[in-house]
Design a protein around this ligand. Structure first.
Ligand code: 4AD
Ligand code: MG
Length: 435
């Protein structure tokens, strides 16, 4: 019999087919067994009618533990009462692997810690399957967006000799006779080298931060995509970020609207409002807005805009908001200072709506050799480690800009998830290294 997937079942109405999958649930009513078979693309009910089976098979079916791997052969029938619209009138059952009887994730409520400990099995739930597949769509939308616009994908190394985003969040790794290496915090510096070679580059890979933050937005290992463009300024960078985010959201809506609504219970109207142009406010204006909205806890110019403050700001808009020109002192060494006001750097953060926080950070880079070396010294960074990076400013340095988008925060926002731990197959956090 042809092996078909539940996703394609409507094309096989009236035909005899085989579904291969795992037993999600079962029930019995006299001469009938109802098996819920999950195959990774959906779940179908297979109905076994006693007279169609030998006694042993019919009896075994009633004792199969959850997650047993089975192949069911039968005829595809229309069934308007099922969510799928079809069921399988079973004629044959093959048990490929009977599961152990103690599947830990039965059909009841479980606490998050327990679920995270069993993440390797939790992935089988319909909710996690939808999240995995939205994540996949987002990653493909990211790649398509840049590939279709003349960008070249350039892979940056994961072992690096120095910090890019501050020395306090580096993971150290012993590295032969050379002492220690660090896991990359960002591929940006390599992206800049690539942009001078190909014009428009993007780096896409895992990045690492030894951040002690135990928030719902922080992972120690996360995926970041970082476009970098020669001859682009901060305004161009914001135009790119805005167009890019609209593309991602529209692609997900076109493909997953139904699953977002039915399985993740996402309010998609909030996603439909993600249209250009996004509001653009300066850091200074952002601080004024926070002061006005929350007079009881003062915040002053120069303070960090933390998670709570980001939510206050985001709630004032119905789409992502771009906050630009942060105090120079708060920002990494590579940012260009605003020529009109050296106290602020030409950086931008994009804050997602509904309290999901910063999803993009980026800006225009310092292209002057002298200014850059001064910044490296001010930040107490080792000049030798950056000599190659300084070369980019010696041989045809041009204005350039880029940004980094965190995949997991984007998945959390689009899927409407409370915590980033559910957005990546196997989360790495300050207190989690398994499974
Ligand atoms: O703002 P960040 O630190 O920017 C950079 O790393 C730049 N070098 C990017 C660039 O300009 N090429 O990080 C960028 C994004 C954040 O906006 C956030 O979405 C995500 O990366 N991010 C994290 N996601 C999960 N867990 C963490 N600990 C994250 N830290 C940053
Ligand atoms: Mg940032």
């Amino acid at each position: 019999m042809p092996h078909v997937y539940v996703r394609d079942i409507s094309k096989h109405e009236g035909q005899q087919v085989t579904i291969k999958g795992w037993l999600d649930n079962r029930a019995s009513k006299g001469k009938l067994h109802f098996l819920q078979v999950r195959d990774g693309t959906g779940t179908i009910q297979a109905v076994m009618f006693k007279p169609d089976f030998d006694e042993e098979t019919f009896k075994r079916a009633d004792h199969l533990p959850q997650e047993s791997a089975i192949a069911v052969t039968g005829v595809v029938k229309k069934e308007p009462r099922s969510q799928l619209g079809y069921e399988l009138q079973a004629q044959g059952l093959e048990v490929i692997a009977e599961a152990a009887p103690d599947y830990p994730l039965g059909h009841k409520e479980h606490g998050v810690a327990f679920l995270m400990d069993h993440r390797h099995l939790w992935l089988r739930s319909s909710r996690q399957r939808v999240i995995l597949s939205v994540r996949h769509t987002i990653i493909k939308a990211i790649r398509d967006y840049f590939d279709d616009r003349g960008f070249t994908l350039v892979d940056a190394p994961i072992f690096t000799p120095a910090a890019c985003e501050g020395t306090s969040t580096l993971f150290e790794v012993p590295y032969f006779d050379m002492g220690k290496a660090f896991l990359t915090q960002s591929g940006q510096l390599y992206g800049e080298a690539a942009a001078m070679a190909v014009g428009k580059a993007y780096v896409f890979g895992p990045t690492f931060r030894a951040e002690k933050s135990k928030t719902r937005r922080h992972l120690t290992e996360f995926w970041m995509v970082e476009p970098e463009v020669a001859f682009m300024d901060l305004d161009g960078d914001m135009d790119l970020a805005e167009d890019f985010l609209c593309h991602i959201v529209q692609t997900v809506l076109a493909k997953h609207r139904d699953e977002l609504v039915k399985i993740l219970e996402r309010d998609v109207s909030a996603l439909e409002r993600v249209q250009k142009p996004f509001p653009r406010i300066t850091y200074t204006e952002a601080i004024e807005r926070i002061q006005k909205a929350r007079p009881e806890t003062p915040i002053t110019w120069g303070d960090d805009i933390g998670g709570d403050e980001e939510t206050i700001l985001a709630n004032q808009f119905d789409r992502p908001v771009m906050v630009h020109r942060y105090p120079t002192a708060m920002k990494a060494f590579y940012f260009k200072q605003d020529p009109n006001d050296p106290n602020v750097a030409l950086g931008v953060d994009v804050l997602a709506p509904e309290g999901y926080g910063e999803i993009i950070g980026g800006g225009q880079r310092e292209e002057s050799y002298d200014a850059l070396i001064e910044r490296i010294d001010q930040h107490g960074l080792p000049r030798e480690a950056f000599s190659w990076y300084l070369d980019l400013r010696r041989f045809g340095s041009v204005p350039h800009a880029g940004f980094g988008l965190g995949v997991e925060r984007t998945v959390a926002w689009i899927c409407g998830l409370h915590h980033v731990r559910e957005t990546i197959p196997f989360a790495r956090m300050i207190e989690r290294l398994t499974p």
